[in-house]
Design a protein around this ligand. Structure first.
Ligand code: R1P
Ligand code: URA
Length: 319
């Protein structure tokens, strides 16, 4: 694969380096998930899908592209509106590739909603849904573990919160409640960790992690902390630092990161897979039951939010 432009590599067709998509293949409204199998389950809710499509395959009437770096993109329509589903794998780096490369090939305002899984620090049970209105980052403080570490260092660094789009969050709460019932939907704050293990407070005797007090520290930092997962902070952060419209580099440098004019609106919701207080883990049956319902609530929210001017989608259906 030959690429040009080391600053933002693209191939001769205009495909981005990691997600592998080009202009016309992606809608302004995107649901992003971690697991490609979840993307395929969700694709069955799109318009015109043949119910006889074999399980585990993308319906043939939809556009799909699997990139060499593990991203899977599916584009079609939901209730007549163009939408895309992008499976990104795990972690903040993958979220960074996703947000930046998708933004680069779509014109006009965008909405991105993550449907993920998480651990619950609250009373939310396995199979319940959490809709965080903000998220902060939990990072392992690598310096703390160095031989010459300062005696005042903390083993984990907790960032400030970044907010989701309030209208998107309210829409998600409403639509999730309609699908699953009010008592299965929780609002609060999310913590995105840079590991599934140490910075999510999991105990591992093979490593020195010094994380026994982590949950107490998280709740002290943000009393509303509900959930732990691995991507949402970066989605909210990049939406809040997205510029108003595609700008030339020199103008972009001048633009304040705190500007109210953002081209990306973001929201997220997570299915509780791990109950960290009771140590329970979700069953396969519950995943199969909850995933499509949660997916419908996200699609409904994606298409109900007004975006103003959207770009036309070209080479999508059935390629
Ligand atoms: C860890 O098992 C993964 O599950 C969660 C975490 O954020 C992490 O990516 O989300 P997904 O189910 O969307 O991947
Ligand atoms: N995903 C996470 O990141 N953590 C959990 O505990 C469950 C799912």
């Amino acid at each position: 694969m030959s690429m040009s432009n080391a600053n933002f590599p693209m191939d001769p067709e205009g495909r981005t380096y990691h997600v592998g998509i080009k202009r016309g293949e992606l809608a302004n409204r995107i649901i992003t998930v971690g697991d490609p199998a979840r993307a395929i389950v969700l694709s069955r809710s799109l318009d015109g899908v043949d119910p006889a499509t074999p399980a585990k395959t993308v319906p043939t009437n939809l556009f799909s592209h699997a990139s060499h770096r593990g991203f899977l993109t599916v584009t079609g329509r939901y209730k007549g509106t163009p939408v895309s589903i992008v499976a990104i794998g795990m972690g903040v780096s993958m979220m960074d590739f996703f947000v930046r490369e998708c933004r680069a090939v779509v014109d006009g305002p965008m909405i991105m909603i993550r449907l993920g899984s998480c651990g619950s620090l609250s009373d939310a049970k396995v199979g319940d849904i959490c809709v965080p209105s903000s998220s902060y980052l939990v990072q392992r403080n690598y310096d703390y573990f160095a031989d010459d570490a300062s005696s005042t260092a903390s083993p984990y660094i907790l960032s400030k919160k970044f907010d989701a789009d309030p209208e998107v969050t309210a829409m998600l709460v409403k639509n999730m409640s309609a699908q699953l019932g009010d008592n299965h939907v929780w609002k609060g704050v999310n913590a995105t960790a840079d590991s599934f293990y140490s910075s999510q407070g999991r105990q591992d005797e093979n490593f020195i992690d010094n994380n026994q007090e982590l949950f107490t520290e998280l709740v002290k930092h943000e009393p509303g902390t509900l959930t732990l997962e691995m991507e949402t902070f970066l989605l909210y952060h990049l939406a809040r630092t997205s510029t108003a419209a595609p700008l030339k580099q020199e103008s972009r440098l001048k633009q304040e990161a705190t500007s109210n004019q953002h081209s990306i609106r973001a929201g997220a919701c997570m299915m509780v897979f791990a109950q960290r207080k009771s140590n329970e883990f979700i069953s396969k049956e519950d995943v199969v039951r909850v995933e499509p319902l949660a997916g419908k609530a996200v699609f409904d929210s994606l298409v109900e939010v007004s975006l103003g001017e959207e770009s036309e989608l070209h080479a999508t259906e059935g390629s």
